[in-house]
Design a protein around this ligand. Structure first.
Ligand SMILES: [Zn+2]
Length: 399
């Protein structure tokens, strides 16, 4: 029972790892990134609508390139925290040979969303809280969301959700004043769309209320989009429409489709790198379900010469990643996402959904239930190292 810690006042008596804080807000993330020694910060891959740089760090200078991204959906905060944790570990232990690899990290793909979301979190979970209380509040959020999910199923309830109600004082004013334009944008969205109180804690979108992964020309609910009628999730957040600007699901700003600057930037990074370098693949992190999605090009009728080899390669990567995580492997059938586009652009891309616990952004930080947090951090670290090494071997054998 090595995980039992002494119960100093204000520390903990729960099962799990409480050696430090687990939740990082936007500023803390950047502080940690600034301290990396064996990483090089490259020019930002692009700027967001409100002029936040999308930071790009590389590790190593080797011939084999890999791209890793986190935080497409801001509310999937565990992805940012995992990737930054991995970067710190890599910085310290250098367990991948920097002469062999060049790893490209985009740890905060959606800076505006991350500012909005983490500002909301800080209204209830301040920086200086003890790890024990951080855990308890995450559990409170989780248990509230469990209860609410049951109400949706059993009572067809569409009220505001208890877990959001915990954050009802999180409005645009909780965003630090230095983010003036972003604050105004969020304020306007909340007012115009009449978002329920606490909606900021569910913020997946960017600062203009567009969901980066849904930001494709033909989203799943294109009909509702065109007719400007509300469209709701079946289960979670069934009180927030996905066809208007807000925390979740809205694919574009007006009737006319346009890529958001964050997506233009990431697609450009993929395409430029593929043109110039040996890119082994990429890892895209989301946070829902302990799953690994790979692209079956044959199944999806992707019209490429190498579709058989690509599919085989994608599956080998998914299987290797599964060894260390135990995550379930699924073929991709979500062609209405930007992630799907990226998988088509770059063979060797998998989408990893961290955590088999419901309700982002807080439940994935819980450690006293099934060591959810520790498993996410440790298993995925191991999986990444082993999978990247294997990708190099496969590439060498191929060619
Ligand atoms: Zn997601």
């Amino acid at each position: 029972m090595e995980n039992w810690k002494d119960t100093k006042k204000g520390s903990c008596c729960l099962f799990g790892d409480y050696s430090g804080h687990r939740i990082l807000d936007f500023d803390e993330m950047n502080e940690q990134l600034n301290q990396l020694v064996h990483f090089k910060e490259q020019e930002a891959i692009g700027m967001t609508t409100f002029q936040y740089p999308i930071r790009h760090f590389t590790y190593g200078t080797g011939p084999y390139h890999v791209i890793l991204t986190a935080g497409t959906h801001a509310s999937e905060l565990i992805t940012n925290c995992f990737l930054i944790h991995f970067m710190k570990e890599l910085d310290q232990h250098m367990f991948l040979d920097p002469k062999q690899f060049t790893l490209h990290f985009i740890p905060i793909l959606n800076p505006e969303g991350t500012i909005i979301l983490t500002s909301a979190i800080r209204t209830v979970i301040p920086r200086k809280i003890t790890p024990f209380w951080e855990e308890l509040l995450c559990i409170q959020y989780y248990t509230n969301s469990r209860l609410e999910d049951n109400y949706v199923i059993e009572k067809e309830d569409k009220d505001n959700k208890l877990q959001m109600w915990m954050f009802r004082y999180a409005d645009s004013n909780c965003i630090p004043k230095k983010h003036k334009q972003l604050r105004e944008s969020v304020k306007e969205i909340i007012e115009t769309e009449k978002l329920p109180k606490g909606a900021m804690i569910a913020w997946s979108s960017n600062g203009v209320g567009i969901d980066l992964n849904a930001n494709v020309p033909n989203p799943r609910y294109i009909k509702a989009m065109r007719q400007k009628i509300p469209f709701y999730h079946e289960l979670r957040l069934n009180q927030i429409s996905m066809t208007s600007k807000g925390p979740i699901g809205c694919p574009f700003r007006s009737n006319q489709f346009q890529f958001e600057p964050e997506n233009k930037a990431i697609i450009r990074l993929y395409k430029d790198l593929i043109k110039k370098e040996k890119v082994l693949g990429s890892f895209i992190y989301h946070a829902c379900g302990n799953l690994i999605y790979y692209l079956d090009e044959i199944d999806e009728k992707v019209n490429k010469e190498n579709s058989i080899q690509n599919t085989k390669y994608n599956l080998q990567i998914a299987k290797k990643y599964q060894e260390a995580t135990g995550y379930r492997i699924l073929k991709d059938h979500k062609e209405t996402t930007v992630d799907y586009m990226l998988k088509k652009i770059l063979p060797g891309t998998i989408l990893v959904e961290l955590g088999n616990i419901r309700s982002t952004p807080l439940s994935q930080f819980i450690d006293s239930i099934d060591l959810v947090y520790s498993h996410i951090m440790n298993d995925n670290k191991k999986a990444l190292i082993e999978t990247i090494e294997m990708m190099k071997k496969l590439y060498e054998n191929k060619g």
